[in-house]
Design a binder for this molecule. Sequence first.
Ligand SMILES: *Cc1c(COP(=O)(O)O)cnc(C)c1O
Length: 241
Amino acid sequence: MAAATEPHTRLEAVREQVRQACARVGRDPAQVRLIGVSKTRDADEVITAVRCGLSDLGENYAQELVAKAQAVAAAGLTPRWHFLGGLQTNKVRLLVPVVTGIQSVDRPSLIDELARRADPGSPIEVFIEVNVGDESQKAGCAPADTADLCRRVLAVPALRLAGLMCVPPVDDDPEASRPYFRFLREHRDSLRRDLRLHEETLAGLSMGMSGDFQAAIEEGATTVRVGTLLFGPRPPRIVEP
Ligand SMILES: *Cc1c(COP(=O)(O)O)cnc(C)c1O
């Protein structure tokens, strides 16, 4: 039955590609977290994927994440949820009780709101999103602003500074993303040095999507965010003006 086996086959295929990319550069696949990006997919598809062994899910819209997380929890499943999209400060309150992490933190007002809402008893993983391609239509801070944002996150006990995230300019060739991935890794390394960070703080690199996650792993990604390859092509979303 295709419906029962397909998601499992897709997940295994992606995991195999993760292993192969790790093998090429001598990395341990256990050090790469696979987030299944489930935006636009319905809760049943997510439930199937979680039953196949997917443990991390990513979403771009706050209400969509919260509704899906509730439906998945009602099925007795508790994957980790990660927020990846453009975030309005008034949505932080909805997300905080539900998410493990927010990967699209790119401005001080968002950190202030997270500081107000987050619970020090269960700190939220924060990734600072960096606009690596200097694209005006994209989210993410300028590289020059990253250090200040990191310091602000470090000052909040209820937040854990987990790493940097990027979405490079769209390109069909995965090799086109590689210089951006390398830039993000070097940027993280220099921030860790300048801010004298140790161990797990700012150790993460969330980079790589369906088209380029293998290149991202070769360049040091610790989290890859894969939608299409796991869930199939997405129906087009109506984009708000
Ligand atoms: C949609 C999305 C992804 C997944 O994209 P695919 O190409 O479908 O794998 C990853 N990261 C972010 C931030 C996204 O918005």
